[in-house]
Design a protein around this ligand. Structure first.
Ligand SMILES: C[S@@+](CC[C@H](N)C(=O)[O-])C[C@H]1O[C@@H](n2cnc3c(N)ncnc32)[C@H](O)[C@@H]1O
Length: 386
């Protein structure tokens, strides 16, 4: 029984290769990494990140689920909304396909020193350790209980990276410099501390809270506290970075809505490049498409704080737009028109520059006409005792 997982891991590596994993070193690592060791709890999620199913798996089910291309929730919190208790995921083992995409974007070489932000159960950290050696890996998580559990999971696999319980927004100055920094929680902006913790030639790969964008930034050779780059063509959706003392909020309870029809094609609203544009242009807005199993779009939901606008596809008829709370539809229409006027730019035309005093996303040229500014974020220097 001890070795019954090997065939599953090899099969996962084969499937990831079929989906575009090309780097032979990473294929080898995936084929030998025991993902089931990072799945002590068994749960699945609905579209809002609510935990909907917590069942005990037997060994066969554990292996089947662990090596499927699925997120596995490993920790959740219960929050109250309108008198209801809702369980919200606060840590998970990410979907292997997105893990593979991000590791490949990281362009890791032998001997690289790596900082991971968002240890979770530790599967990613295990892959990194297997690739560069555990003494080269530092991994941070804001939840000290998550770090403790990850340490146990990793030790069972013979890996002992440097684990830190604390706010990854601060980076890990006493272990810097790093050749690579990878985040596995979504960021509203790149923390100002990170570029200065990169070694020459260093790279950051991080999922953003807008547009499912995966930022890939390289240290600026002329300014060691700056980094610049752009976004990968693939998308990735992660739980948002939190800070100490900040509780995860529950989805808002539904209110009555007002409805009208639109002539707009809802498929266009889900174009990854438009989603990036829209979520940059309207800060805080999130776009959530819903599809059937065979990939047919049935609805697109736009949310901003407690407000929701739902666009439902109505076969053979114009889609129905229902606005709950403050209306968001006008912003969507305005930005779709602006995106068209600008030539429907794809993700490859967006760039991202991070400096200690300023960070901004730009189209085609860092000094060009189309820019989105981010206020520098003040992260409090707080760490939890390991
Ligand atoms: C999707 S999970 C990480 C997945 C993991 N890397 C894996 O092996 O699949 C995201 C993690 O980010 C952590 N996190 C959230 N905010 C953080 C912060 N400010 N600093 C460090 N970790 C954070 C959460 O506690 C959670 O465990």
């Amino acid at each position: 029984m001890a070795a019954d997982w090997h065939a599953h891991a090899r099969d996962l590596a084969r499937r990831l290769t079929g989906q575009g994993l090309r780097d032979p070193a990473w294929i080898e690592v995936f084929a030998h990494a025991p993902r089931h060791e990072f799945a002590p709890r068994a749960t699945t999620l609905d579209y809002d990140g609510r935990v909907i199913d917590a069942v005990a798996w037997d060994r066969a089910e554990l292996l089947r689920r662990s090596y499927a291309d699925e997120v596995m929730v490993t920790r959740f919190e219960t929050v109250s909304t309108a008198g209801d208790d809702v369980r919200i995921a606060t840590s998970s083992a990410s979907q292997p396909a997105i893990v593979a995409i991000m590791l490949q974007l990281l362009a890791v070489d032998d001997g690289h020193r790596i900082l991971e932000i968002g240890t979770g159960p530790g599967y990613d950290a295990c892959l990194l350790c297997m690739r560069v050696g555990d003494h080269h890996v530092t991994s941070m998580d804001i939840q000290s209980a998550v770090i403790a559990e990850a340490g146990e999971n990793l030790a069972r696999c013979g890996q002992h990276p440097h684990l830190v319980a604390g706010d990854g927004a601060l980076g890990c100055p006493h272990r810097a410099p790093f050749d690579r920094i990878i985040a596995t929680c979504a960021l509203p902006a790149i923390p100002a501390a990170w570029p200065g913790q990169l070694a020459p030639g260093g790279r950051i790969v991080a999922p953003m809270t807008f547009g499912g964008a995966l930022a890939v930034l390289d240290r600026d050779d002329r300014d060691e506290a700056a980094a610049t780059g752009g976004f990968a063509s693939d998308s990735g959706y992660f739980m948002t970075m939190r800070h100490l003392g900040q509780a995860k909020s529950a989805p808002a309870a539904p209110t009555a809505g007002t409805a009208h029809r639109t002539r707009m094609d809802p498929v266009e609203l889900t174009d990854p490049a438009f989603r990036l544009w829209l979520e940059l242009a309207v800060p805080g807005l999130a776009v959530l498409p819903s599809q059937t199993c065979d990939g047919r779009l049935v609805a697109v939901r736009f949310t901003r704080q407690d407000d929701t606008t739902l666009v439902e596809c109505d076969s053979g008829r114009d889609p129905v737009v229902t606005e709950y709370g403050r209306p968001l539809w006008r912003d969507v229409e305005t930005q779709l028109a602006a995106w068209h006027r600008t030539g429907r730019p794809g993700r490859d035309r967006f760039g991202y520059t991070v400096r200690p005093d300023r960070q901004w996303i730009w189209l085609d040229d860092p000094a060009g006409d189309v820019q989105w500014e981010f206020p520098p974020r003040a992260y409090l220097p707080v760490t939890e005792a390991p």
